[in-house]
Design a protein around this ligand. Sequence first.
Ligand SMILES: NC(=O)c1ccc[n+]([C@@H]2O[C@H](COP(=O)([O-])OP(=O)(O)OC[C@H]3O[C@@H](n4cnc5c(N)ncnc54)[C@H](O)[C@@H]3O)[C@@H](O)[C@H]2O)c1
Ligand SMILES: [Fe+2]
Length: 387
Amino acid sequence: MRTSTVQTFKTARRLLTGAHASHELAREMHQLGCKCPLIVTDRGVSQAGITDTITAQLQASGVEHFAVFDAISAEPEMAVVEACRALFVEQGCDGIVAVGGGSAMDTAKAVAVYAGDERPLAELFGEDQVMPRRFPLICLPTTAGTGSEVTNISILADNEAQLKKGIVSNELLPDVAIVAPELTLSCPPSVTAASGVDALVHAVESYLSKFATALTEPYSLAAVQKIKASLVRAYEQPNDMSAREEMATASLMAGLAFGNAGVGAVHALAYPLGGRYHLSHGMSNAVMFVPVMRWNQAACPERFVELAKAFGAPADITADAAGELVIDEISALCSAVKIPAQLRAFDIPESALPELAVAASGVTRLLRNNPRELSVQDIEAIYREAY
Ligand SMILES: NC(=O)c1ccc[n+]([C@@H]2O[C@H](COP(=O)([O-])OP(=O)(O)OC[C@H]3O[C@@H](n4cnc5c(N)ncnc54)[C@H](O)[C@@H]3O)[C@@H](O)[C@H]2O)c1
Ligand SMILES: [Fe+2]
């Protein structure tokens, strides 16, 4: 199932990890020639005190000029990117620093390419539609997480079209990603749960992807191991620093894996749930996770054996037992972090399922990575199973 073509591995240009890595921000900005950054964050992150901590560190390092944009909604919309870019221009900023979860990072990544472009934002959607990025971009994730700090995509909601759309280009790869686990300590349990399961979906889907490579597979499997060992602990004991560190590393590893191998049908079927019914990215993925794994299992039993081992199964586990074990482990993790297992829990009418299936079948960018093909009828059957 592996591709035999030439493979590239892309990530942020520089990666800083470990406790207090955020203290390096001023130095990294300086090296990139950034004197007046726009800090792109959101209110939840600011209320947790993180924005003040970061700006105080910058001031202590002699950075006098900066602006803060924190009017970001979860699952950011195009209008938010417009407002953020307007502030960037108005304040004469010369670089962008994202401090937040995927919503803040995706907004920042979009603004970083849109700020130097006169075309309407809508023209940047799709693959390789953006101009060379003119402004430095640094990402500091505060959730664990989306892995957006090392991926080349920004996902935005187009509310008119009721769709989530991606700007995909290597110009979106940040100059620097700073993964400092203490920034995730204040994540409330519901955010720890949803973003942690998203990271697990990234790890599993990238491992099953048709475009998995010898460089992505070890990251996928290591991320599965770490999430199995630490997610419930981080959820139940938010101040457990070692669990937060493990989750921050797992999220980064899963990001490195899926940023290169891609994700598949779980994400493709989750997208319309976010676009039409505003389920969060993590929730919509979590609810589609098990039904899609049941579908995929038959296509690549040997891959499920390796996944089962990453979840802790003995080395001699059979393919049949491995499939069941992976599905049981995923269900158990989701239920331990109190994520609803059924679509009906989210106020989505059953009559909407055929229309959702048509929308999901259009997400070919992701479906082509999936180890087993899905027709519109297959997708509808999977939604029914999830219902
Ligand atoms: N670009 C990519 O590669 C990629 C990958 C996966 C998901 N995404 C996108 O990421 C978004 C979801 O991101 P997310 O799951 O990180 O959540 P998020 O950024 O939407 O944040 C969720 C909530 O948690 C709060 N929060 C975040 N960090 C906090 C902290 N440390 N302390 C207290 N509160 C905190 C925020 O204020 C917000 O209210 C979606 O829009 C999704 O489409 C992007
Ligand atoms: Fe995701």
